[in-house]
Design a protein around this ligand. Structure first.
Ligand SMILES: Cc1ncc(CN)c(N)n1
Length: 223
């Protein structure tokens, strides 16, 4: 069993919890409250900007030119995500106001930056991976369930993330896990567990990102 296969087995209960999360279930039903959508988009604007910058840092940690090109290519997907945000904003009528970065957003992006600054190349990849992987699972499963029906105002959002809607596109997540398996090859058992923890922390933060929007979590104080 490869490192990433074992990691995905450990990750499965978290992924199941993400699929069962009320926000994700409300996306499936097309019934997400407007204030939840607005909070999510405002926070995700911060997140995606940081995701691109952490990808840039990750690129500096490898000399493998194929990996550098792949990381640059996969980062391009973030451009499609402005459309994903637009779909949500068209429902609510909100325009981006650059709200404050809320606690779980900060916790997640701090983790990604720290992993890329202080960790190995494998840590940097592992911190980024749950973002693309978990959304591909969400998109795939929601389309399989028929949630992208014509009555769902979030149909386009769902289809943007569903890999089966772009069958000719390369399987970028397969590449990401393959790159992770190559990156961990020289690592010690202690370092391997560190990489696993880095990935699982990011996946936990994916759940918390949905939860923070659902609960409308804010800082306790203005400062
Ligand atoms: C928090 C978060 N995680 C993942 C994705 C999908 N790229 C996203 N837009 N936002």
């Amino acid at each position: 069993m490869t490192f990433s296969q074992a990691l995905l087995e450990r990750a499965q209960p978290m992924m199941d919890a993400i699929m069962a999360h009320p926000f994700v279930q409300a996306i499936a039903a097309g019934t997400v409250p407007n204030d939840v959508l607005n909070y999510y988009v405002e926070q995700d604007e911060h997140y995606l900007k940081d995701y691109l910058q952490v990808t840039a840092l990750t690129i500096t940690k490898t000399d493998n030119v194929d990996d550098i090109n792949q990381l640059l290519t996969t980062a391009q997907f973030v451009q499609n995500e402005s459309r994903a945000h637009q779909v949500m904003l068209e429902i609510t009528g909100h325009t981006i106001e650059n709200w404050r970065r809320e606690p779980e957003t900060k916790r997640y992006t701090d983790h990604m930056y720290a992993s890329a600054y202080h960790g190995t190349y494998a840590d940097a990849l592992a911190a980024l991976l749950p973002c693309a992987w978990s959304y591909a699972v969400i998109g795939e499963q929601l389309v399989d369930q028929g949630a992208n029906n014509a009555d769902n105002p979030l149909k386009e959002w769902i289809e943007l993330y569903a890999p089966q809607m772009a069958p000719d596109a390369p399987d970028y997540n397969a590449w990401r896990f393959e790159a992770l398996d190559r990156a961990v090859a020289p690592l010690s058992p202690t370092q391997l567990e560190h990489v696993a923890q880095t990935f699982l922390f990011s996946l936990e933060m994916e759940w918390r990102f949905w939860e923070a929007a659902w609960q409308q979590t804010h800082w306790q104080f203005e400062f």
